[in-house]
Design a protein around this ligand. Structure first.
Ligand code: JCF
Length: 684
C-alpha cells in the first residue's frame, strides 16, 4: 500500500499544480484540466491547509479571498508616477506624433511597439522577491489606493512569479477589465435581483475593484492585461519594451497577444487597422491602440512632458454610431423641478454598451434636431461619453412620425409646466408636492456633497415616499422609530442606524447645508465661499446682491440666483422648518476659524501628509482665505512637503520658494505667514 504523502510536500505540490493550471487558464487561455479536476485539487489543498494551518503560505492559491472587508482604502504613493497617455484622435495626429518623436531624437525611431488599449482600470502591482505585496489603483497618478486584498482575488494576477532571475522589487502596471461575457452575466443577475444595471464593463470593473469586501470582487470575474514595468530593483535588464513584455509573459503575467512590433509608421498603421477590424471579437473592450517607441534607450532620450511620456501615444478609435428607432420622448423632473426630455430608444448596442435611453437636454434641442417620435435616429457614443442622439434620418420617414411637444402638465404630479422667458429649461411648478422632484431633491440633500446622510439612498427614499412619511426634506428630521420599524426589511438595527445618521446631519457645517439646499449655481465650492463670508444662513439669505457679488469668486449671476432662491416663499418655509427641526443654520465659532489668516497666501502641497488628506489640507487653507495651487511658480508663497514629495520640491528649490514640513504647515494654519522668511513686516 502506498504511504500517504508527507503533507508539507503534498501542499507544495498542490500549490504548484494550481498555479500551473491558473496560468494555463488565465494567461495562456489553454486549460489542460476540467473545472471539476481543478476544483478537486483546490479542495484537497484547502482541506490539507485546514488540517495543518502551519502549511498555509500567503501566496497559496487558497489565499486569494482572505482579507476582511476594508473600511477604507489606504493611500499609496507610487514609486514612479503613473502617467496617462496623450491621445491621437486620427491617423494625422498619429503621424504628427511620429514626426515629433523623430524631431526630438534627431532621427527616426528604430521601431514601435503596438498593443490594444484596454478600456479598464489602470493598476499597479508590486512584487518583492517574486511575491505580490501591493496592488494599487492609479488614483491621480501620484497617489492611488491600496486595493491589494481585492486584486488578490483576480485569478489572472499571479500571487507568485515564475522563473529564477526575479527582481528584488518590481512594480508592474496593467489594465484590470471585466470580460464582456462576465459583464453580461453580471447585468443579467442584477436585473433579476431588481438591482441597477452597470452601464458598461469599465464601470462594472471599477466598482468591483473598489468593493469593501474582497469576496464581492472575487465574484465579479475580473481579468488583467499587463503592459508595463514601472519601478524595478534587481533582476533582468531590458533593451526594448517588447523584451520586457516577453519577460513578463514568462514570469506568468497575462500580456496581450495582440501586442506587435512595427518597424516603421506604415507597419504601425497596418496593425492599427488590423486591431480595429478585430476589436469586437476580442471578448473585452478596447478603445484604441497604444503605440510606444520600442527601444528603452530612445524612450529615455525622449522622456516625459508634465503629463505624459513623449515616447507613447494612445490612438483612439473614432466614435461609433448606430441607428435605431426613437420609440418615445418622455420627461424627467429633477431636483430643481427642471423638466428634461429624454429619448426612449429601441435597444441598440453601440460603443460597447446597450443603449435604451439618451437625454435630449431640453425642448429647444428636440426642435433644433427636428426629432419626431417614430424616427430612425443616429446614436453616437465616443468612449466614456454618454450616448448622444445625433439626429434623425429623414430619408427613413414614413409620414407617421409625430412632432413632440413639451407636455403642459407634469406627468408626475399634474401641476402646470412653466418656462420663464429667456430660459432654456421648463420647470414643474408643483414644488415638493411633485413626487419626482421631491425624490431627486432628497437624494441630493442627503447625498455626499450635501448633508451626507448615510444609508439614505434612492431605495430608502422610495420607501419613505411610498409610505407617505415625508412631504418635504425637513420631514426627514421628524421621523421616529415608530414610523419605520417593521416596514419591509427594516428592523431595530437598520432603523437605529438611519435615525442616528439623520440626527448627525443636524450638525453639518453651513457650507454643506447650503450645498444640500440645491440653490441653482451653488455647488460645494461656491457654498464654502458664501459660508466663509456669511457664517449664518439668515444673514446670507438677507444679503443684497451687491454684498454677495462682492465676495471673491462670486459673480452677479450666482448672486442673483441666491437672491431669487431666498425670496421664494417655498424656500423660506423650508428654512424655517429645518430650523424648528433642530438643524443648525450657522457655523460654530471653532468652524469660524480666522478666515483671513492666510489671505494672499498661495501654497502648493506635494507628497502625503500624515494628518490631512489632500482635500482636508486644501479645505484648511481655503477656510483661512488662502489658495492651493497645482504647480509651483514665483507667486507661490510656500511648498508644503509631505512624505515622498514629487518634482515640485525641486522646482521650489530652483525658484527659492520656502519649503515647509507638516509641523510648519500646522503652524502656518494657526498663525499665518508672519514667521516665514521674506514675508515678515519690513522684510524684503
Ligand atoms: O491598455 C491601456 N489602457 C494602456 C494604458 C496600455 C498601455 O500600454 C499604457 C497605458 C498607460 C500608460 N502604457 C502607459 C505607459
Amino acid at each position: 500500500m502506498p504511504r500517504p504523502p508527507d503533507p508539507t510536500a503534498r501542499a507544495a505540490e498542490l500549490r504548484a499544480l494550481l498555479r500551473y493550471h491558473d496560468h494555463r487558464y488565465h494567461v495562456l487561455d489553454a486549460p489542460e484540466v476540467s473545472d471539476a479536476r481543478y476544483d478537486a485539487l483546490k479542495r484537497e489543498l484547502i482541506d490539507l491547509e485546514a488540517a495543518h494551518p502551519q502549511l498555509v503560505t500567503p501566496d497559496s492559491p487558497t489565499q486569494r479571498v482572505g482579507a476582511a472587508p476594508a473600511t477604507q482604502f489606504a493611500p499609496v504613493t507610487h514609486r514612479q508616477p503613473m502617467f496617462s497617455l496623450d491621445n491621437a484622435m486620427s491617423e494625422d495626429e498619429l503621424d504628427a506624433w511620429v514626426a515629433r518623436v523623430e524631431r526630438a531624437l534627431g532621427r527616426p525611431a528604430t521601431g514601435f511597439a503596438c498593443e490594444p488599449k484596454i478600456d479598464g482600470l489602470a493598476v499597479s502591482l508590486t512584487y518583492e522577491q517574486g511575491r505580490l505585496v501591493l496592488g494599487a489603483t492609479r488614483g491621480d497618478g501620484a497617489v492611488g489606493e491600496d486595493i491589494t486584498a481585492n486584486l488578490r482575488t483576480v485569478g489572472a494576477i499571479p500571487l507568485a512569479l515564475l522563473g529564477d532571475d526575479l527582481p528584488e522589487v518590481m512594480e508592474v502596471r496593467g489594465e484590470v477589465y471585466m470580460p464582456l461575457a462576465a459583464f453580461e452575466e453580471l447585468n443579467r443577475a442584477q436585473a433579476e435581483a431588481g438591482e441597477r444595471l452597470f452601464v458598461n464593463p469599465r464601470n462594472a470593473a471599477a466598482g468591483a475593484v473598489r468593493q469593501k469586501d474582497p469576496a464581492i470582487t472575487a465574484a465579479r470575474r475580473l481579468s488583467i492585461w499587463v503592459y508595463q514595468i514601472g519601478f524595478q530593483q534587481g533582476g533582468p535588464s531590458f533593451m526594448s519594451h517588447g523584451e520586457s513584455l516577453a519577460w513578463l509573459r514568462e514570469a506568468g503575467f497575462p500580456v496581450n497577444p495582440w501586442s506587435r512590433h512595427g518597424d516603421d509608421p506604415a507597419a504601425v498603421l497596418a496593425h492599427v487597422a488590423h486591431a480595429e477590424a478585430a476589436r469586437h471579437d476580442l471578448g473585452y473592450q478596447t478603445d484604441g491602440v497604444v503605440v510606444k517607441v520600442d527601444s528603452l534607450a530612445e524612450q529615455r532620450e525622449l522622456g516625459f512632458t508634465a503629463r505624459s511620456p513623449r515616447w507613447a501615444i494612445a490612438y483612439k478609435y473614432p466614435p461609433e454610431e448606430e441607428t435605431t428607432r426613437l420609440l418615445a420622448i418622455e420627461v424627467n423632473v429633477g431636483r430643481t423641478g427642471a423638466v428634461t426630455p429624454y429619448a426612449v430608444l429601441e435597444p441598440v448596442f453601440v460603443g460597447g454598451a446597450t443603449i435604451t435611453n439618451a437625454t435630449l437636454h431640453n425642448q429647444d434641442e428636440v426642435a433644433r434636431k427636428d426629432l419626431r417620435v417614430g424616427d430612425t435616429v443616429v446614436i453616437r457614443r465616443a468612449g466614456e461619453v454618454i450616448p448622444e442622439v445625433v439626429g434623425p434620418v429623414p430619408s427613413r420617414r414614413t409620414g407617421a412620425e409625430q412632432v413632440w411637444r413639451m407636455p403642459e402638465n407634469c406627468p408626475f404630479c399634474g401641476s402646470p409646466i412653466a418656462r420663464k422667458p429667456g430660459e432654456a429649461v421648463a420647470r414643474c411648478t408643483g414644488g415638493f408636492a411633485c413626487p419626482s422632484r421631491l425624490r431627486e431633491y432628497l437624494a441630493h440633500f442627503a447625498g455626499r456633497g450635501g448633508m451626507d446622510i448615510e444609508g439614505l439612498g434612492y431605495k430608502t427614499i422610495d420607501m419613505l415616499l411610498r409610505a407617505g412619511l415625508i412631504a418635504d426634506p425637513a420631514d426627514l428630521f421628524s421621523l421616529t422609530k415608530e414610523h419605520l420599524i417593521s416596514r419591509e426589511r427594516w428592523a431595530e438595527v437598520s432603523v437605529g442606524n438611519l435615525l442616528a445618521a439623520i440626527d448627525a446631519a443636524r450638525d453639518r457645517p453651513l457650507a454643506r447645508l447650503l450645498t444640500a439646499l440645491g440653490i441653482p449655481l451653488v455647488g460645494s465650492t461656491v457654498a464654502r465661499l458664501l459660508a466663509r463670508r456669511f457664517p449664518r444662513l439668515d444673514a446670507l439669505l438677507a444679503a443684497a446682491e451687491e454684498d454677495l457679488s462682492a465676495i471673491e469668486g462670486i459673480g452677479p449671476e450666482i448672486a442673483r440666483s441666491v437672491r431669487a432662491w431666498a425670496e421664494d416663499p417655498d424656500n423660506r418655509r423650508l428654512v424655517a422648518k429645518l430650523e424648528s427641526a433642530g438643524v443648525r443654520l450657522s457655523d460654530h465659532p471653532e468652524e469660524g476659524v480666522d478666515r483671513a489668516v492666510l489671505a494672499g497666501v498661495t501654497l502648493v502641497i506635494t507628497g502625503t501628509l500624515a494628518g490631512f488628506s489632500r482635500e482636508q489640507a486644501q479645505a484648511a487653507v481655503e477656510d483661512r482665505g488662502g489658495k492651493v495651487a497645482g504647480s509651483v511658480s514665483k507667486k507661490t508663497t510656500a511648498v508644503v512637503l509631505g512624505e515622498s514629495p514629487g518634482s515640485k520640491a525641486e522646482k521650489a528649490r530652483e525658484l527659492g520658494v520656502a519649503l515647509l514640513d507638516e509641523a510648519a504647515f500646522i503652524r502656518l494654519l494657526a498663525e499665518g505667514p508672519g514667521f516665514l522668511p521674506g514675508t515678515g513686516s519690513g522684510g524684503p
